[in-house]
Design a protein around this ligand. Structure first.
Ligand code: G3P
Length: 218
């Protein structure tokens, strides 16, 4: 299972990268805005800075919602750096654009996916990744992880190569549930990744090891 970090914050990306387990980064317009990145030039510069920090895939989202401009923006993003994956919303023109990019060998991440039917379209269009938003489904009393399971099963049954990238992860247990559901990737906030480190028995065990060591070595 691959780990991506879901942020545009360079310090957090660096912290996750330094842990040695990071496979990539996802961003979106909200996450870029949160970092105060505005204007096309600043956005491009920020994507370059992220690509220089990490080794894996970096999802960069188009703003356009019409076919011609999705293609124009996506081609510019993909040309910027080989690590860039063009993130395209799950809309009619987005699906057409994903098919175009796929035919051209440009990798894509189909975002804002909330149903198995949408995931089917993304896979048929040739998306590299599909991003079901599990936290936002849970927010409306729907089953986010259940959707991951359904999509994983469907892709396996039909042999689709699109990777299931669980997004909108809100906490550490979401990551564990996505592992159990067979997601290919989880894109997570830094805190959720760091939460995987924690277990009270680890803390108790380590304290005992250190105190036993101290006792005979002092
Ligand atoms: O990857 C999508 C993610 O950034 C959305 O997360 O918490 O805004 O639903 P959230």
């Amino acid at each position: 299972m691959k780990f991506f970090i879901d942020t545009a914050n360079l310090a957090q990306i660096k912290e996750a990268h330094d842990l040695g387990v990071l496979d990539g980064v996802t961003t979106n317009p909200s996450l870029m805005a949160k970092e105060g990145i505005k204007g096309e030039e600043a956005v491009m510069k920020h994507y370059m800075a992220i690509c220089e920090l990490v080794d894996g895939d970096v999802s960069a989202e188009v703003i356009a919602t019409d076919y011609e401009n999705i293609i124009r923006e996506g081609e510019a993003l993909a040309a910027m750096h080989p690590q860039i994956v063009v993130k395209v919303p799950m809309i009619k023109d987005g699906i057409k654009a994903i098919k175009y990019f796929s035919d051209k060998g440009i990798r894509t991440n189909c975002t804002l996916v909330f149903s198995t039917g949408q995931a089917l379209l993304a896979a048929k269009a040739g998306a590299t990744y599909v991003s079901p938003f599990i936290g936002r489904l849970d927010d409306i009393s729907s089953n986010g992880v259940g959707l991951i399971q359904e999509i994983v099963d469907m892709y396996q049954y039909y042999g689709f190569e699109t990777q299931v990238l669980a997004a909108s992860i809100r906490h550490t247990q979401h990551i564990i549930d996505c592992v159990k559901a067979g997601a290919d990737v989880a894109t997570c906030p830094l805190d959720s990744i760091l939460g995987l480190l924690n277990h009270p028995l680890t803390d108790i065990g380590l304290a005992k090891f250190l105190s036993d060591h101290q006792q005979v070595n002092s």
